[in-house]
Write a protein that binds this ligand. Sequence first.
Ligand code: PLP
Length: 234
Amino acid sequence: MTTIAANLQAVRERVAHAAIAAGRRPDEVLLLAVSKTWPAYCVAAAADAGQRLFGENYVQEGVAKIAELKARELEWHFIGPLQSNKTRPVAAHFDWVHSVDRAKLAERLSEQRDAGLAPLNLCIQVNVSGEASKSGVAPDEVRALAECIAALPRLRLRGLMAIPEPDGDEALLRSRFAVLRRLRDELNADGFALDTLSMGMSHDLELAIAEGATMVRVGAAIFGTRSVRAEGQT
Ligand SMILES: *Cc1c(COP(=O)(O)O)cnc(C)c1O
């Protein structure tokens, strides 16, 4: 077994244990393998081990990998910060975007999504950490953005995504994840049909699953630790 295959197996077991501990079924939690900074052959190794969902943070890097791995029919999720002038390749090549935090991005993605493709699946990124974070829409602005997205033709609003402060302790992280879950529940009570809570990473996926995550985004625990230099690219 390759290291990536063994790591994947271990992460799947963590996900399953966390789900069962929370009284949930393991298959209620999808695993998104975050392959940013890792070359296509690492993605291929994960795909050989049965992984189908991959997350990328950088537009150019992601699009190149998608092209290289076209024949494998993987599902690609854009999860990084997105500039308005870089939406076109994302709309053309990705299946999901998790990081939508303003109407302008959603409008451009809808305009640019080819009618021949399935609608682009979106999550709204929510800032659940207040002052401690700059990305994501404030919780009290989520509804307006959700209504805007729901009215756009080439998009399908699937849920909410959050990245809590990385240095939070367990109680704080759980409370952040709980905020996202409550927001999702409130929207669904008002007629939305959101099936996705994208939350939890290598270090906190158990806490996120305990609070209702339906998709965990895991990089380092599958592919290894990224170098600082590679983190700095765009
Ligand atoms: C890098 C990244 C992840 C994965 O983080 P790990 O700590 O490597 O598991 C998840 N979500 C987002 C938005 C990321 O940028």
